[in-house]
Every structure is written in structure tokens, then in C-alpha cells.
Design a protein around this ligand. Structure first.
Ligand SMILES: NC(=O)C1=CN([C@@H]2O[C@H](COP(=O)(O)OP(=O)(O)OC[C@H]3O[C@@H](n4cnc5c(N)ncnc54)[C@H](O)[C@@H]3O)[C@@H](O)[C@H]2O)C=CC1
Ligand SMILES: CC(=O)[C@](C)(O)C(=O)O
Ligand SMILES: [Mg+2]
Ligand SMILES: [Mg+2]
Length: 347
């Protein structure tokens, strides 16, 4: 483990230098990794593992769109692509990558295949942490581990193909074999992580649910909408409002933040902008802090989990979700966005 100073707090992390791919392959050379589910994380993790030289099979319902997608990605029915139960039976490591709600109904079938010494792998602390709601209680004689890439499975794959990697957290809930640690780190490296930082299942799910509801997805859409609506109501055109709310942020300013931090982005803007941003950011922090407190408490009390399970277990959840996504897509702000994207010089 490398000890790194993160803003004054020292943390141990695992890097690819100290745990190279050859070592990961050596640790997992006798394992069959069964990826259950081929949604977003399934393809990203399984294709990266396969390209990195691991022994991988996929478990997916036949006659589904995702089965066809797996075939298109080069998985061969009867050789590397099986029905869920069959893949779980063959796997020594079972990567449970169904949606969190989907894991509940498939759990009894997976549990049956968890014979002594196998490893059960998650990419989220959800199922185990909220086991009062999910019923997921693993048998005592298997390893229970987690690698959670900090981003979309789509990005995990894209960055891998570009020779880069997404950072991931890892956690050990249960070490039955004495090999849980080397197994989980080897898997983390194998799926294409940048660096790995350690957490536990509960912290992973609490931070993840907060982040995606907060700045990563929920809060950002909320703050975009608030600013866009304000500008529009004061007579600004959609083009002006969209550029000042979203386009400039994603195309110009966020890449600078990603490269060298917020102060560097500020430093590359005018002194007028710097003055205003420095004056206003704390007001925005103070205004939203109570909402973040409310959000974290809702996560910690299990209310967010209950809401996800309840809505994602409905037979028509896809249609309902698509309606809500459509509402976003068809809003004036994102329609304006669509027009703006088409006008990008490289579009
Ligand atoms: N989407 C992402 O990029 C990330 C996801 N995660 C976690 O990874 C895990 C997998 O997530 P995603 O790939 O997003 O899942 P997903 O929502 O795309 O679903 C994965 C697969 O599960 C299948 N599925 C869903 N419900 C089912 C059911 N009742 N019966 C049979 N199959 C069912 C879907 O058809 C799909 O093939 C989850 O625990 C999630 O929280 C972690 C990091 C990022
Ligand atoms: C992509 C990711 O890490 C999320 C936002 O937490 C998720 O898809 O659940
Ligand atoms: Mg996440
Ligand atoms: Mg998440």
C-alpha cells in the first residue's frame, strides 16, 4: 500500500505500480469470474477483465436484449455466456452486477451456488448494508468483497481503451478463505481501476447514494434549472441562458477544474469573474448545506434504499423511468442543449 497525503489526511491506497496486472493475473489464475448481469457495469468490467487476460464468463437471461448485446461483444453461448444459474454454478468468483433491485429477486438462485470458498463480489454496498430490505445475507463460508468504480461502466470501458482508468473503492465484508484481500485487490486492478482506496460496505453505499443524488447528478440538474429559469424569466434567450449555464461549464471550465483544481480554473478567468465567484460560492454552500444534511439522513435511515427498491421493482419501471427522462430531455433547457451540441465545430 502507498501512503498518500490527501489534503492533510494520510490514507493508504493501492496503485497499479505496486500491484501490477501480472500479479493480479497470478492471484486469479485458477479462478473463473462469473459476471451476473450485463447492464452498465457488467459490460465495462467483464470486457476489461477479458482484455486483461482473466478467465471470465457471463450470466444473463436468454432471450433478452442484453443477451444479444453480450453476443455482439464476443461472448459465446455455451462457452463464455450462460443462463444466470449456470454461470453462477461455474464461477468461483461471482460478480453480482444486476441492478440493486434486481439482485433481490435473483438472490435465492445465486445463494444456492455459493459453495464454500467462493467469493461473492458487489460493486455497491447496497444489498448487504440494507439487508433488512434486500434479504441478502451471504453464507459464512464465502468471501464477500466489493469493488466500486467511481463512475459509469461506460466510462470504465472508454478510459480502459484510452489507456487510462477510473478510481475505485474496495471493501471486505467477510474473509472466509484468508484470500479475500488479494482477491479483491486483484479484481480491482483487473477491472481497470486507476487507484484503489479502501472503505467498508456501509460507507460505500452512504457516500455513493449521497453523491449521485447530490453534486454528481441530482443537485447539478437542480442548480442548472434554477439558473436557466432565472435567466429566461429576465428575458435572456435560450441560447444565452444555455451557454451561460451548461455549455461553458462542460466545454471550457470543468476540463480546467479536472486538470488542475478550482483555484486554477478561477485563475484562468477574468478578475471580474474571480471576484464574483469568490464572493458568492459560500452563499451557495450555506443555502444547499441543509438539503445535503437532509439527503444524507435519508440515505442513512434507509429511506433512499426503500424508494429505489420500491420504484425499480415495478414491472413497468423502465417505461416510467423513460417518461421521466423524456421530461428532462424535452425541457426547453435540454432542447436548447441539443441545438447547441449540433452547432459545435466538430459535430
Ligand atoms: N451504473 C453504473 O455505472 C454503476 C453501477 N454500480 C453498481 O453496479 C451494480 C450494477 O449496476 P448497473 O450495471 O447500473 O445495473 P443495471 O441497472 O444496468 O442492471 C444490470 C442488469 O441487471 C438486469 N436486471 C435488472 N433487474 C433484473 C431482474 N429483476 N432480473 C434479472 N435481471 C435483472 C438488467 O437487465 C441488466 O442486464 C449495482 O449494484 C450498481 O449500484 C456501481 C458503480 C457505477
Ligand atoms: C456511476 C455511478 O457511480 C453511480 C452514479 O453511482 C451509479 O450509476 O450508481
Ligand atoms: Mg457511484
Ligand atoms: Mg451509484
Amino acid at each position: 500500500m502507498a501512503t498518500i497525503n490527501f489534503g492533510g489526511v494520510k490514507e493508504d491506497v493501492v496503485t497499479r505500480e505496486e500491484f501490477p496486472m501480472e500479479k493480479a493475473r497470478e492471484v486469479l489464475k485458477d479462478e473463473t469470474i462469473a459476471i451476473i448481469g450485463y447492464g452498465v457495469q457488467g459490460p465495462g468490467q467483464s470486457l476489461n477483465l477479458r482484455d486483461n487476460g482473466f478467465n471470465v464468463i457471463i450470466g444473463q437471461r436468454k432471450d433478452s436484449k442484453t443477451w444479444d448485446k453480450a453476443v455482439a461483444d464476443g461472448w459465446v453461448p455455451g462457452e463464455t455466456l450462460f443462463e444466470i444459474e449456470e454461470a453462477a454454478k461455474r464461477g468461483t468468483i461471482i460478480q453480482f452486477l444486476l441492478s440493486d433491485a434486481g439482485q433481490i429477486s435473483l438472490w435465492p438462485a445465486i445463494k444456492q451456488q455459493l459453495t464454500a470458498g467462493k467469493a461473492l463480489y458487489f460493486s455497491h454496498g447496497f444489498g448487504v448494508t440494507y439487508n433488512d430490505q434486500t434479504g441478502i445475507v451471504p453464507p459464512k463460508d464465502v468471501d464477500v468483497i466489493l469493488v466500486a468504480p467511481k463512475g459509469s461502466g461506460t466510462s470504465l470501458r472508454r478510459l480502459f481503451l484510452a489507456g487510462q482508468g477510473l478510481n475505485s473503492s474496495f471493501a471486505i465484508f467477510q474473509d472466509a478463505t484468508g484470500r479475500a484481500r488479494e482477491r479483491v485487490i486483484a479484481l480491482g486492478i483487473g477491472v481497470g481501476s486507476g487507484y484503489l482506496f479502501e472503505t467498508d460496505f456501509k460507507k460505500e453505499v452512504f457516500s455513493d447514494l449521497t453523491g449521485e443524488r447530490g453534486t454528481l447528478m441530482g443537485a447539478i440538474q437542480g442548480i442548472f434549472a434554477a439558473q436557466y429559469e432565472t435567466l429566461r424569466s429576465k428575458g435572456h434567450s435560450p441560447s444565452e441562458a444555455f451557454n451561460e449555464t451548461v455549455e461553458e461549464l462542460t466545454q471550457s471550465l470543468m476540463p480546467l477544474v479536472a486538470e488542475n483544481g478550482m483555484d486554477w480554473m478561477y485563475a484562468n478567468c477574468s478578475t471580474t469573474a474571480q471576484r464574483g465567484a469568490l464572493d458568492w460560492w459560500k452563499k451557495f454552500r450555506d443555502a444547499t448545506k441543509p438539503v445535503f444534511e437532509e439527503l444524507y439522513n435519508s440515505v442513512a435511515e434507509g429511506k433512499e434504499a426503500a424508494r429505489s427498491i420500491e420504484s425499480n421493482s415495478q414491472p413497468d419501471y423502465r417505461e416510467k423511468l423513460n417518461e421521466e427522462l423524456k421530461e428532462l430531455r424535452e425541457s426547453e433547457m435540454w432542447q436548447a442543449g441539443s441545438a447547441v451540441r449540433k452547432l459545435r465545430p466538430n459535430a
